[in-house]
Design a protein around this ligand. Sequence first.
Ligand SMILES: Nc1nc2c(ncn2[C@@H]2O[C@H](COP(=O)(O)OP(=O)(O)OP(=O)(O)O)[C@@H](O)[C@H]2O)c(=O)[nH]1
Ligand SMILES: [Mg+2]
Length: 343
Amino acid sequence: MGATEAIQYGANMAPTEHQDRGTWVNALTDRRAFARAITLVESTRAEDRAEAETLLTAVLPRTGSAMRLGISGAPGVGKSTFIEAFGLHLTAQGKRVAVFAIDPSSRRGGGSILGDKTRMAGLAREPHAFIRPSPAGATAGGVARRTRECLLLAEAAGFDVVIVETVGVGQSETAVADMTDVFVLLAAPGGGDDLQGIKRGVMELADLVLVTKSDGDLIPAARRATADLSAALHLMRPKYRDLPPVALAVSALEGKGIVEAWSAMTRIHAALAEKGRLSSLRADQARRWFWSEVQALLGEAILSDSALSASATVLEDDVATGVALPHAAARKLLAAFRGGGTA
Ligand SMILES: Nc1nc2c(ncn2[C@@H]2O[C@H](COP(=O)(O)OP(=O)(O)OP(=O)(O)O)[C@@H](O)[C@H]2O)c(=O)[nH]1
Ligand SMILES: [Mg+2]
């Protein structure tokens, strides 16, 4: 079973003449075929890209039905452990859950697959769950581009909830918030008055804040953190006036607050869907995605041309040394790009 056939089945498209229905039926639950489709989308090889694009374009009409959740938080806050407990809660309700990760930091290297699969061992074994760790060594922007596409594939393959997890590094939170419907921020108990070190800009992205590890000795600290964060959220201008973000305490270890967290998320999602805000949010996200692809492709086109990339290097140096104005240098490069020559 090839990746393309698996997704075509997921998209309920009519099988072509040479494929029998039995093969297609197996494909829906064939995780390996789905995994291969994801690998195809993540591939950086030019010929794979062409096939991936054909596949994605074919499934596009079948996308959009999942709840897209972003989950973020500092290293060690308990993201993986929470997603494991949360994901198992959802699969127990018969929901299909896909988890993707964006980790722009290099701290994991090649160990990421093993690390996350071990942390989410129960969920990884679930037939209704699919976990894909972040590809190692990629930049946040590069990973985010492909993760958006993986999210669409997962929807076409019938996943009900798609989770995109990110560690709070660089611009990854913004990237994840910009591809999901509901953005959930995880905060650690304790950490004093500095609100667990959460950047204000990140707090403003949150639709819901969950204070993790609310168990055992950490209960009082978690309670304080929840109260502090609630107060801080109260002072901020909410993204949606009728949906002010709240802070809830959870314990993935003891399974506490998981049901409440899920109901908070579904409440937010339903309220967005009801008033047509979800479709306009997604439309805005797609527009921004388009423009970031335009920028990325322009950059790639310039760098792949030896004369242009040589000009770019010279201009970059001029800009760095203060000889040239960045805007003027960029304009020069673009003129060369249009003319097909050096700047
Ligand atoms: N007491 C308690 N410890 C927890 C809980 N959830 C996670 N932990 C512990 O916190 C540590 C980090 O948990 P992870 O789930 O790996 O955290 P993470 O945010 O995924 O970490 P990174 O992927 O490295 O950013 C582990 O030692 C967990 O056992 C919880 O609910 N209660
Ligand atoms: Mg983790």
